[in-house]
Design a protein around this ligand. Structure first.
Ligand SMILES: C[S@@+](CC[C@H](N)C(=O)[O-])C[C@H]1O[C@@H](n2cnc3c(N)ncnc32)[C@H](O)[C@@H]1O
Length: 224
């Protein structure tokens, strides 16, 4: 997939895939969107427990969601599993400006580099108390039995119009089965057919205000 670096409205980078006509993030602000959808309405909204936090991400891409998560002052160990079928190259990763955007976090640059240089296919320590496991495969080929039960899912696939098979009841059922009771899945997408597929899988659905440039987003919870 040929990708082009693009600067979004909040000054943060994203990637554009011409073949799909898709950006990796909102052009209204990549950091703004990821913070709103995945951190504010996902990570910060978690209420359950103080034991280890198991996070699953669909689509590691630029590593932005992972970086933002690692910058949070979490008081519990984190195990972050991310699946990615088409990893960004070392040159693409090095060109992303996320490491320079967080004045309060001088460690962001080093964390971003580490995210992209740690090996694939095995758990590795990103920083003390924070383990990442990057898996280079398609979501449909994941060995779910080898993975933990997740508290939180960042569902960050390309849009359903472009990759309809990734937003199906079958996929959401697999995720539902891999989540702890009370766990949540967040996504930028608010399409009716997607919410119906989530509901059919067993999730309880919430419509939440979207990030700038987008009316709504979705949070799905596995009932207790
Ligand atoms: C919307 S982008 C988001 C990426 C990432 N979360 C970020 O912040 O940069 C979607 C990601 O899903 C990946 N992807 C597409 N199809 C996939 C599949 N079948 N299995 C796993 N990853 C896939 C793409 O390569 C891309 O990195």
């Amino acid at each position: 997939m040929a990708r082009k670096l693009v600067t979004t409205s909040d000054g943060s980078h994203t990637l554009f895939v011409a073949e799909l006509g898709e950006h990796y993030h909102s052009v209204h602000g990549a950091v703004q969107e990821s913070t709103h959808v995945f951190i504010k309405h996902g990570l910060e909204a978690l209420t359950s427990g103080d034991g280890p936090l198991y996070i699953f991400e669909m689509g590691l891409g630029t590593g932005l969601n992972l970086l933002l998560t690692a910058l949070q002052p979490l008081q519990r160990p984190v195990h972050y599993v991310s699946v990615e079928a088409y990893p960004v190259s070392a040159e693409e990763a090095a060109s992303l400006n996320y490491g320079n955007l967080f004045e309060a976090h001088p460690d962001a640059k080093h964390l971003l580099q580490t995210i992209h240089t740690l090996p694939w296919g095995e758990p590795a320590e990103l920083k003390p108390g924070f383990t990442i496991h990057k898996i280079n495969t398609k979501l449909s080929e994941l060995d779910w039995a080898a993975l933990p039960q997740f508290n939180l899912v960042y569902f960050d696939a390309f849009a359903p119009d472009v990759q309809p098979n990734l937003w199906s009841e079958e996929v959401f059922t697999a995720l539902y089965n891999q989540m702890q009771a009370g766990g949540t899945l967040v996504t930028y997408c608010a399409k009716g057919s997607v919410k119906r597929a989530m509901k059919a899988a067993g999730f309880t659905i919430e419509r939440l205000p979207g990030p700038p440039g987008k009316r709504e987003m979705t949070r799905a919870t596995k009932p207790i």
